[in-house]
Design a binder for this molecule. Structure first.
Ligand SMILES: Nc1ncnc2c1ncn2[C@@H]1O[C@H](COP(=O)(O)OP(=O)(O)O)[C@@H](O)[C@H]1O
Ligand SMILES: [Mg+2]
Length: 222
């Protein structure tokens, strides 16, 4: 699903944030991207949905070469992936329904289908009772559920999440993790950035660990 080869990235050359980073995520996998603060996790996350351009190296996502593909191809790829942020990035003046529906409206789906699909994903994340509320009326955990529903609504094959539990208490973070586990069990590939050791311990998976620009893969020991 993702193949990154010899990726280099700097903001102020020659100060390299990512140094010759290579890794692969297979279809259906759920992996973590971890490492200390400032290690370049968010930089790598943004590179994976073509929000940033690499200095050199190749990033293949679902068959698309991000450095070579035309804007229209990247736009279509982005509709096949869901992105979740630490700070949710919901639109405060839109209801929960409208926040989630927006992604379907831009793709021109009929109203009846939008209503059915939005209801479905809100139920998946357990927030359907808040459908007419506005984000500021919700708790952090509830807002993140809405953001996950929004990421899910186009039935993506891949979800990228950057510290999605970073602003949440441990108990709520665990609930959010269970939602991601469920989504993954239905076949969606997930790459989750987190430096939360408690969560890594609790839900053990393959970890890509980024430190001083170098990426290493390991499987969490039992
Ligand atoms: N837009 C930017 N311009 C310049 N430097 C940046 C930018 N974004 C991040 N950095 C720097 O790149 C390094 C890695 O940042 P980041 O990818 O956000 O790390 P992490 O998410 O692991 O904490 C940090 O030193 C940060 O200050
Ligand atoms: Mg970050």
């Amino acid at each position: 699903m993702i193949r990154v080869s010899h990726l280099n990235k700097s903001y102020n050359y020659p100060n390299m944030i990512l140094k010759d980073v290579s890794f692969e995520v297979k279809r259906g996998e759920f992996v973590y991207l971890s490492g200390p603060s400032g290690a370049g996790k968010t930089t790598l996350f943004r590179l994976l949905f073509a929000d940033l351009k690499p200095d050199s190296g190749q990033i293949m996502v679902d068959g698309v070469d991000l450095s070579r593909a035309r804007a229209a191809i990247i736009a279509r790829l982005r509709r096949r992936m869901g992105v979740v942020f630490q700070d949710y990035k919901l639109i405060s003046s839109y209801t929960v329904f409208d926040n989630v529906a927006l992604a379907l409206e831009v793709s021109g789906s009929p109203r009846s289908l939008i209503q059915k699909r939005v209801w479905e994903v809100l139920k998946t994340v357990g927030i359907e009772r808040q459908i007419d509320r506005f984000p500021p009326q919700l708790s952090g955990g509830e807002q993140q559920r809405v953001a996950i529903a929004r990421a899910l609504v186009n039935s993506p094959r891949l979800i990228l999440a950057d510290e999605p539990t970073g602003n949440l208490d441990h108990e709520i973070a665990e609930e959010i993790m269970r939602i991601f586990n469920y989504i993954n069990s239905r076949g969606t590939t997930i790459v989750m950035v987190t430096h939360n050791r408690a969560l890594l311990q609790c839900f053990k998976r393959k970890v890509f660990y980024l430190d001083q620009g170098n990426l290493q893969a390991y499987v969490w020991p039992d």
